[in-house]
Ligand binder design. Structure first.
Ligand SMILES: [Fe+2]
Length: 358
């Protein structure tokens, strides 16, 4: 029976994006940015580590100044130890490493066990099971209804690659990611799902390498808009203006992090039925409106603008997911009250331009 369990789970062995992070020498900036703008809860902050919570999990976003820490890592969750072992064997049979987590790494990431591998672009992939839950409920860093996580994972990761064709077989054929859709204009981008989130991973063919952005989704549209107000207090913090994506229907904006990569802060993403989903080419551009990307070359930016104006005039509209406010309004009220106490300090941080790269 165990064999049947594993072979059926190996069709789609990855459950969700469980955690992410990397090495950083800007921990103090991360601390202020994560708590005051993103609304994450500081789980642990030392001179060497800053870890954040965004739900019941002990930690979801982790940064360390330790020279031994990977420059970036992505933690993909599997169901249990049997699936982890089978997936490690599959990786090795295709010529990829599958190095077991040392005990200290299990403790550091807050998981029962895991293996380390690398995708063909060199990104460090950590496959794990048994994510530790925190003993106390999540308390957001600013007044916030919470994050949409659970079975959908912490959000999505988008990676720069030189060649999508060179990387896609690793994720689809070995790790079991399924194509959601793809776009060839204004830049080549492929989107992949592993659960009901429209995409937990995307690859964009920019010729670069490493992380382009992480997406985290808040529970309420006001959480999003209030975060946008805070982000705009700082010159250069907003990298992509408020807009709505044409494929996952996410209303979002993007901010630069203290590590230089972006975080997409979103609300209202659609849920899909993976068993009934058929991938299509998205030819109306990546956004229905907004999303002016200051990081794109001018000609690509112009094309993105032309595409969305054409979609708008053609009457393209997407439905809104009914996203109720999270239960526990008391948490919001409590944080509103406490914001009055530490609000002045938070505002000073917001007005300081701390933009730095690792
Ligand atoms: Fe995104």
């Amino acid at each position: 029976m165990a064999g049947t369990h594993v072979s059926s789970l190996l069709e789609t062995p990855i459950i969700a994006l469980g955690y992410a992070g990397g090495r950083s020498d800007a921990l103090e900036d991360w601390r202020g940015f994560g708590v005051n703008l993103l609304g994450l809860e500081l789980e642990q902050a030392t001179r060497a580590d800053v870890n954040f919570r965004m739900d019941g999990a002990a930690r979801r976003l982790m940064f360390s100044a330790d020279a031994a820490e990977a420059s970036a890592f992505f933690g993909w969750e599997v169901a249990d130890g049997a699936v982890l072992s089978a997936l490690a064997a599959r990786l090795e049979s295709h010529g990829y490493v599958a190095n077991p987590f040392p005990r200290a790494l299990c403790d550091r990431r807050g998981v029962k066990d895991g293996v380390i591998t690398f995708d063909p672009a060199g990104n460090r992939i950590e496959l794990f099971y048994g994510q530790e839950q925190a003993p106390a409920p999540f308390t957001p860093g600013r007044a916030l209804s919470g994050f949409r996580t659970g079975g959908l994972g912490m959000g999505h990761a988008v990676l720069h690659v030189e060649s999508i064709d060179g990387v896609m077989p690793f994720y689809c054929d070995i790790l079991g990611f399924k194509l959601s859709d793809y776009a060839l204009r204004p830049f080549k981008a492929y989107f992949f799902h592993i659960n009901a989130r429209h995409h937990s991973l995307a690859l964009i063919e920019t010729g670069g390498a490493g992380i382009h952005h992480l997406m985290m989704e808040v529970q309420g549209i006001d959480d999003l808009g209030q975060g946008y107000d805070l982000a705009q207090l700082e010159e250069g913090r907003v990298a992509t203006t408020l807009g709505r994506h044409s494929n996952d229907h996410m209303v979002s904006f993007y901010v630069r992090t203290p590590s230089g990569f972006l975080i997409e802060y979103g609300w209202g993403g659609r849920s899909i039925d993976p068993s009934a989903w058929a991938p299509v080419e998205m030819n109306i551009g990546p956004s229905l409106w907004g999303h002016e990307r200051d990081w794109l070359p001018p000609e690509t930016r112009d094309e993105a603008r032309r595409l969305r104006l054409a979609a708008a005039s053609a009457g393209v509209r997407a439905p809104l997911r009914s996203a109720g406010m999270r239960k526990g309004a008391g948490v919001t009220a409590l944080r509103c009250a406490s914001f009055a106490v530490f609000g002045a300090a938070a505002m000073r941080w917001m007005l300081t331009p701390p933009m730095r790269r690792i």
